[in-house]
Design a protein around this ligand. Structure first.
Ligand code: PLP
Length: 383
């Protein structure tokens, strides 16, 4: 068994050795600036374009529709703010949901300060938006719908195909934050009528600090960074060549046989869910039973402070989170769980376990044993 058990793959994943091997030459012998016109620069340019091709294959889109960014956060900011400012003569209304990641939520709040109007759609107890409410909230001046593909705290997957259809019928741009979905489930931007899609390499065994925004050809969007002509003059700055190459390799590996890979992860996750519900009294699974990412299981444990529980597990070498990694240190209850009508007490008692390819049945058995013992112990003082 490892020195520790890592059950926080939704926060980040390790870098696969095949990915690192592909990145190494870009940091040493092929260090040229992709904008330079001699061979060393050309080598970097070729490496970037190969990677763009791999992302396009994974998303089923055109190669020139893939733009590289510094992160999923930047891709979200660019999609939302870039569409809003480029299309403000058409309208100033945006629709999103109440359970978005901070990168989308804060971009929308920023736009509200800039005079845009934002509708935040509620979700049901599973974390799914209502298509009827979406349709009813569309106005003449709606320019963008931004709904996440899959939630980072509970793993619930939205009806993306249907949302895309509604957006298309109403001639509204559709952005989806697919940071948790890419590499974990099959994605086809054309089948889903998605116009903009954000992804991030460190969620699928690629490097941190590199992401991508898919922008459908013909989309009216502002440039994000102004300067040189990199990324077709839409996102200036010398490219993170090694990061881009790592992203390309990671997306190629993680999407090549997604169904087989997921069979193993789902089996482990389901074993875990069944064992927790059997062995830990007063525990409940949050999120949708079927429409969920393969790797995520979020539980509320009644009368247990999740912050305390995660620190107990940490001392035993079991790494899990209370929710989104970005808000883990926050003292407030998860906005996602509250939006799903989970009480504040239960939200403070919730822990996210997220599984990856390397987790084993032995690890599941061990974690369930520790959890059931520690939760019993904690409840002696809280009940
Ligand atoms: N969107 C979602 C749903 C996420 O889970 C995350 C990261 O946790 C992000 C956006 C931000 O991605 P990055 O860490 O690459 O900035």
């Amino acid at each position: 068994m490892n020195k520790y058990i890592y059950l926080d793959h939704a926060a980040t994943t390790y870098l696969k050795s095949e990915v690192l091997e592909e990145m190494k030459p870009c940091l040493y012998e092929n260090f040229g600036n992709p904008s330079s016109i001699y061979q060393l620069g050309e080598n970097s340019k070729i490496a970037i374009e190969r990677s763009r091709h791999k992302v396009a294959t994974a998303l089923n889109c055109q190669v020139d529709e893939v733009l590289f960014t510094s992160s999923g956060t930047e891709a979200d900011n660019w999609a939302i703010i870039g569409i809003a400012f480029a299309n403000k003569s058409k309208g100033n209304h945006i629709i999103t949901s109440v359970i978005e990641h901070a990168a989308v939520k804060k971009s929308c709040e920023y736009l509200e300060q800039m005079g845009f109007q934002v509708t935040y759609l509620p979700v049901d107890k599973y974390g799914i938006i209502s298509l009827d409410q979406l349709k009813a909230s569309i106005k003449e001046n709606t320019i963008l719908i931004s709904i996440m593909f899959a939630n980072n705290e509970v793993g619930t997957i939205q009806p993306i195909k249907e949302i895309g259809k509604i957006a298309r019928e109403n001639n509204i741009y559709f952005h989806t934050d697919a940071v948790q979905a890419v590499g974990n489930i099959d994605i086809n931007v054309n089948e889903y009528n998605v116009d903009l899609l954000s992804l991030s390499a460190h969620k699928f065994y690629g490097p941190k600090g590199i992401g991508s925004l898919y922008i459908r050809n013909g989309t009216n969007i502002d440039a994000y960074l102004h300067g040189g002509s990199q990324e077709r003059s839409r996102r200036a700055g010398t490219e993170n060549v090694a990061g881009i190459v790592g992203l390309g390799k990671a997306i190629e590996i993680s999407t090549s046989d997604i169904k087989t890979k997921n069979l193993g992860i789902v089996a482990i996750r389901n074993k875990f869910i069944q064992a927790i519900l059997r062995d830990v009294p007063d525990s409940s699974l949050n999120g949708h039973l079927v429409e969920r990412l393969p790797g995520i299981a979020n539980f509320s444990f009644k009368s247990v402070n999740a912050k305390f529980l995660t620190s107990v597990l940490d001392k035993k070498g079991i790494y899990v989170s209370r929710g989104s990694a970005c808000s883990c240190k926050s003292e407030s209850a998860s906005h996602v769980l509250l939006a799903m009508n989970i009480s504040e007490d239960d939200a403070f008692s919730s822990v996210r376990f997220s599984f990856g390819e390397e987790n084993t049945e032995d690890e599941v058995n061990y974690v369930v044993k520790i959890l059931s013992r520690e939760i019993d112990e904690i409840r002696k003082y809280t009940r």
